[in-house]
Design a protein around this ligand. Structure first.
Ligand code: 13P
Length: 256
């Protein structure tokens, strides 16, 4: 059985104090101890340390939104995976569509980052997803094939034990338009089939596949109830406790 996972991607939002307040508010809302689901918040790099301290003693974990693929050296402005481990960061989001589209990250770069993050001991949330024009041209599966093969190049079946896939259709990100439950399930089932054929059935069964794109309290139950949807990667709705906590609650109530 796959354990549900809800992660909040804060993107380039909050201030230091707002991030601390949000993290503490979340801990207060979900309560102490075992949650029955995995929960992570992914603040901007600068606030990781403060947010990590704010969730100390709770089951809430912390993730970064990016990292570089080298260990150290003359890479001005970059952050090494080992630095994230050093401050107690648990996860890193890689291959987000905003980094692919705006920062020009290729699958080859994402594969190097994935390998470096895993080698450093970080768990990876790897994002894939098609653009609207690609969906309309019936290229969704081809795009997912390319992104999965490219971004996971060189990653072994054993290493997949600490990789989570996030299916984020670009047209559903920040738009208020969510993939329907059926569209999400179809893409997730396709990705699970990809994992079975490119790794093995055990990896396919064990790997969690999150849905991301305009997830909110009102649609979380329907999406999370799909057989191959194992959680959510939440953007806008992760920035307020009153919006994020109901999504976590929906995951806790989802029984598969
Ligand atoms: P929204 O939830 O704001 O649509 O963002 C989704 C996302 O990109 C999470 O990584």
């Amino acid at each position: 059985m796959r354990r549900m996972f809800v992660a909040g991607n804060w993107k380039m939002n909050t201030t230091r104090q707002a991030g601390i307040d949000l993290a503490k508010g979340l801990v207060a809302a979900v309560g102490p101890g075992e949650l029955g689901v995995d929960v992570a918040v992914c603040p901007p790099f600068l606030y990781l340390d403060a947010v990590k301290a704010s969730v100390a003693g709770s089951a809430v974990t912390v993730g970064a939104q990016n990292c570089y693929f080298e260990k150290s050296g003359a890479f001005t402005g970059e952050v090494a995976p080992g630095m994230l481990v050093d401050i107690g960061c648990n996860w890193v989001i890689l291959g987000h569509s905003e980094r692919r589209a705006i920062l020009g990250e290729t699958d080859a770069v994402i594969a190097k980052k994935t390998a470096a993050a895993l080698a450093a001991g970080l768990k990876v949330i790897l994002c894939v997803g098609e653009q609207l024009s690609e969906r309309q041209a019936n290229q969704t599966e081809a795009v997912l094939d390319t992104q999965m093969a490219g971004s996971l190049a060189g990653i072994s079946a054993d290493q997949m034990g600490t990789v989570v896939i996030a299916y984020e259709p670009v047209w559903a990100i920040g738009t208020g338009v969510t993939a329907s439950n059926e569209q999400a399930q179809a893409a997730h089932a396709y990705l699970r089939g990809w994992l079975a054929s490119h790794y093995n059935p055990q990896v396919a069964q064990a790997t969690r596949i999150l849905y991301g794109g305009s997830v909110k309290g009102s649609n979380a139950q329907g999406l999370l109830g799909q057989a191959d949807v194992d959680g959510a990667l939440v953007g806008g709705a992760s920035l307020k406790v009153e919006d994020f906590a109901p999504i976590i609650q929906a995951a806790r109530e989802t029984r598969k």
